[in-house]
Write a protein of this length. Structure first.
Length: 213
């Protein structure tokens, strides 16, 4: 299983949960030091440093992954980040460029590089994390909601490709109000993707919420 953006709190939780479930975790990110920390925290995890916003770098690391580990069965895309505030007038070009690169471009690059793997897998899975702001965007978060909406559309397109090909692959969008505090819920939901038939989860949008107290 490959995790893009695995060094966040959510990424570490997902990496640990997948490893505990018996998966071989491959983590790709841009920060070597943080990846080393992940490898120490999650025994068995393999790490690769790559700028996921650069398609040439992503294809190069995909070649390395294939050569050293073979095809992947899952791609969990957790690259993101928040930029916003200041109303509509505060939606700056630098913030948009950041969000577009981190939220959309990294997703486009990784899915294109590993799509053939997921199509060929007997249980390929793609998952991203989106935001409730897509449903009810606010002026101060317009850049962010627009980037997340684009990521959801791209993921649905990948899922439609899975369905059209008649494969057992599935693409899923997890939706949160805020990811902080939901790391365990996300990790559990990711692992459970492999317990359900592809047709029942492909192109679904799943809201994650804190457990009832």
């Amino acid at each position: 299983m490959l995790i893009a953006g695995a060094t966040s709190a959510a990424g570490r939780a997902v990496a640990a949960a997948l490893t505990d479930a018996g998966a071989h975790v491959i983590a790709i990110g841009s920060n070597a030091e943080r990846l080393q920390g992940l490898a120490a925290e999650v025994p068995g995890a393999v790490t690769y440093v790559s700028d996921l916003g650069d398609f040439a770098e992503v294809t190069a690391v995909a070649d390395a992954v294939h050569a050293e580990h073979g095809p992947i069965d899952g791609l969990i895309h957790l690259v993101g980040g928040w930029r916003g505030g200041g109303g509509l007038a505060g939606q700056s070009d630098p913030d948009w460029d950041f969000l577009h690169t981190h939220v959309v471009t990294t997703l486009r690059n990784t899915t294109r590089a590993f799509n053939d793997d997921l199509l060929a897998s007997p249980a390929g899975r793609l998952a991203i994390v989106s935001s409730v702001s897509v449903d009810k965007p606010a002026p101060g978060g317009a850049n962010y909601a627009a980037a997340k909406a684009a990521a959801e559309t791209w993921t649905r397109a990948v899922g439609q490709g899975f369905a059209k090909a008649g494969t057992d692959a599935a693409a899923v969008v997890f939706v949160v109000r805020a990811l902080a505090g939901l790391e365990t819920e996300l990790a559990t939901a990711v692992v459970e993707l492999w317990d359900a038939p592809a047709a029942s989860v492909n192109n679904t949008r799943v809201l994650l919420a804190p457990p009832a107290s």
